[in-house]
Design a binder for this molecule. Structure first.
Ligand code: NPG
Length: 382
């Protein structure tokens, strides 16, 4: 079913002249700690970007975590790069389209999450100026997306109780965090409890090439995939592993761009890709990555970074593109947060999230809630 298209759409990229860029840090308490092989998050220290332009405003969200343990970016560093290097380039570019933004920033290598936050704010502003939803702008073809949920590292009993709750809530897929010493045990326990559940595991690079036997032992659990078992730069290791492990390998941290995906496919390093806009530098590169994977018949799903309703709205719009054939890390707002920063938090409906159809992100930021969680605000002007 197609996403409802609004009339008088502007179907071409629209230059946006930015009058100001606000960098706002908020601290969102999680309903429970989220533990992974790379650290534990109890409060989501989030960087929000708000662009004001031609009478509209656009919101973006930076995926970077407080600690540089998922990738080399951290939230404070991303804010500094935006303040000192990226936002000045945006201002110097004058009126710029979201496509043009990459060119304005391309003399700064790296910093994909910082760049993605700025691009999203520009895409949101463009959408609110033109009346076009982000979903339509990115090429969405669905009006709802299957919701998957990610479970952090938990003690055995807590893990089973949490998975029971999520299955009862209707989630279409469960992802377990695993690491050496906590892999086959927990995964087998969940499989025994839920024989037909769509189940996958994510190692965040916690294993080495010497762990091939341990990882191959997961093959008897009927998993959808093993995500990022080895280090992000070890594509050769993943290709070797793919020859001894039957379960499909999925890459996340390794796929920093479309070019990285081409290399991974050339080496046979993965059969599935986690498309995560913050990791690849923005939603437009994420669409290009989707297009490449679709052309190669590689299934993709949308990864998550504990986003608030702002980033979540953008991820849901992206996940509505046709190549997103697997449930993503797209859970309801209440999976992580008591209070979301948007007036209509995302809720599970028959195991799906509804794609916003309003202009831009299609959500309204609740400024009172944002203010109540704000820890710092910085406004930049040309
Ligand atoms: O549901 O938004 C979510 C979180 C999904 O597990 C998830 N993200 O490696 O993709 C990841 C992982 C992660 C999140 C890793 C935070 C490290 C920190």
């Amino acid at each position: 079913m197609n996403v409802p298209r609004r009339r008088n759409l502007v179907d071409v990229p629209t230059p946006i002249r930015c009058d100001s860029v606000e960098l706002r840090r908020i601290a969102l308490p999680l309903v429970e700690p989220f533990r992974t092989a790379t650290g534990t998050v109890t409060v989501r220290d989030l960087l929000l970007v708000r662009i004001t332009a031609d009478g509209v405003e656009g919101w973006g969200e930076c995926a970077a975590l407080p600690e540089p343990t998922y990738t080399a970016e951290d939230v404070a560093g991303a804010q500094r790069v935006l303040t000192d290097h990226l936002v000045p380039r945006l201002f110097a570019a004058g009126p710029v389209t979201p496509e043009g933004l990459a060119g304005a920033l391309d003399d700064v290598p790296g910093h994909p999450m910082a760049k993605a936050a700025l691009e999203l704010a520009l895409l949101d502003a463009e959408g609110r100026a033109t009346g076009r939803s982000l979903a339509a702008r990115l090429g969405a073809t669905r009006d709802r997306v299957a919701a998957g949920v990610s479970v952090g590292l938990l003690a055995p009993d807590a893990l089973l109780a949490r998975v029971d709750d999520y299955v009862a809530a209707g989630y279409r897929r469960v992802k377990l965090k695993v690491q050496p010493g906590a892999d086959h045990g927990p995964a087998a326990a969940v499989r025994a409890r839920h024989p037909d559940l769509a189940l996958q595991v994510d190692a965040n690079g916690a294993y080495t090439r010497d762990d091939a036997t341990t990882l191959a032992a997961l093959d008897d659990l009927g998993l959808l995939m093993i995500e990022q078992p080895l280090a992000d730069d070890d594509l050769v290791g993943h290709a070797e592993l793919a020859r001894v492990v039957r379960t499909p390998l999925c890459l996340d941290e390794s796929i920093a761009s479309v070019h990285a995906a081409e290399t991974a496919f050339a080496l046979g390093a993965c059969r599935i890709v986690n498309v995560k806009p913050g990791r690849v530098g923005g939603y437009l590169e994420a669409v290009r990555l989707h297009d490449l994977c679709r052309a190669r018949a590689v299934p993709v799903w949308c990864g998550g970074m504990l986003e608030s309703g702002i980033g979540r709205a953008a991820n849901v719009a992206l996940a509505a593109l046709p190549g997103f054939s697997l449930p993503g890390d797209l859970s309801a707002s209440d999976r992580y947060y008591e209070r979301d920063v948007v007036t209509a938090p995302f809720v599970l409906d028959d195991g799906h999230l509804t794609v916003p159809t309003g202009p831009g992100l299609g959500v309204t930021v609740d400024l009172d809630v944002v203010e109540s969680f704000t820890t710092a605000v910085e406004v930049l002007r040309p």
